[in-house]
Design a protein around this ligand. Structure first.
Ligand code: NI
Length: 250
């Protein structure tokens, strides 16, 4: 199993981070993309990349923090020079929380998409209640390599993403009984473009919903998607792991 999105440098893992990673290995996790979207966590993040050969990094200015771009851009450029940084993200638009003004979110998103192209890195896209703007910006910028993290769009949105060459990532939401749209996407997404993620420590799947999420819980997400598609779990975990390696060029 390959967890394409986990915030392992989050302070909620400070007391038992090594144990959480040990659990993941025991459960059969063979790769993790550790996403750093809080630059106060950069030191912990770099240590994880150094210490564990199967943990790779992604850095980006989150749409929540777009207002602080002047301070954050320099840190981002420094971070992108480090070893084992395999993606730029998570970046995008969040019109649900709208912690930064929408126009500034769009500006910082475009800036980072251009940067990703320049650095030849895939992007990890965060889009909440902003699918239309997200897709039109991705198309305008000619983005061809990346993943829609915790995809929440409709079938038509998925088609646009697939046409651009993007991957679709499903998280714990797919296990929630009322998440019918996410379950529909899980059935329809082409197997060669599907990846999975926990978004730890957020979004823990059933039956551990409400707890702190961790990469070992990826198995519940794999179980759910495999049952929706009526294929063996092993097949789904193998193919989503291969897809993740292809996406992040590992
Ligand atoms: Ni995230």
């Amino acid at each position: 199993m390959f967890d394409t999105h986990a915030h392992l440098a989050d302070s909620r893992f400070d007391r038992d981070r090594d144990k959480v990673i040990e659990n993941a290995v025991k459960e059969g996790i063979s790769g993790i993309i550790c996403v750093c979207s809080d630059f106060d966590e950069l030191d912990v993040f770099y240590n994880l990349l150094k210490e564990y050969d199967f943990i790779y990094g992604a850095v980006g200015i989150h749409p929540h923090d777009a207002s602080f771009q002047d301070k954050l851009k320099e840190k981002l450029h420094q971070a992108l020079k480090k070893d084992k940084i395999v993606a730029l993200g998570e970046i995008g638009l969040d019109y649900h929380y709208e912690n930064s003004p929408r126009a500034i979110q769009r500006e910082v998103f475009k800036y980072q998409l251009a940067l990703a192209k320049q650095k030849n890195l895939p992007v990890i896209i965060h889009s909440r209640e902003a699918m239309e703007d997200t897709l039109s910006i991705l198309q305008d910028e000619g983005i061809q390599r990346g993943v829609m993290h915790c995809f929440s769009g409709k079938e038509e949105d998925m088609k646009i993403c697939l046409d651009m060459g993007l991957y679709i990532s499903l998280a714990g939401v797919v296990t929630f009984p009322k998440a019918l749209n996410s379950q529909k996407i899980a059935r329809l997404a082409p197997l060669d473009r599907l990846v999975v993620e926990t978004d730890s420590p957020y979004l823990a799947p059933q039956p551990v919903r409400g707890k702190r999420n961790e990469p070992s819980f990826l198995r519940y997400i794999i179980q759910k998607i495999a049952s929706l598609r009526e294929i063996p779990e092993k097949e789904l975990s193998d193919i989503t792991s291969q897809n993740a390696r292809k996406l992040f060029n590992l």
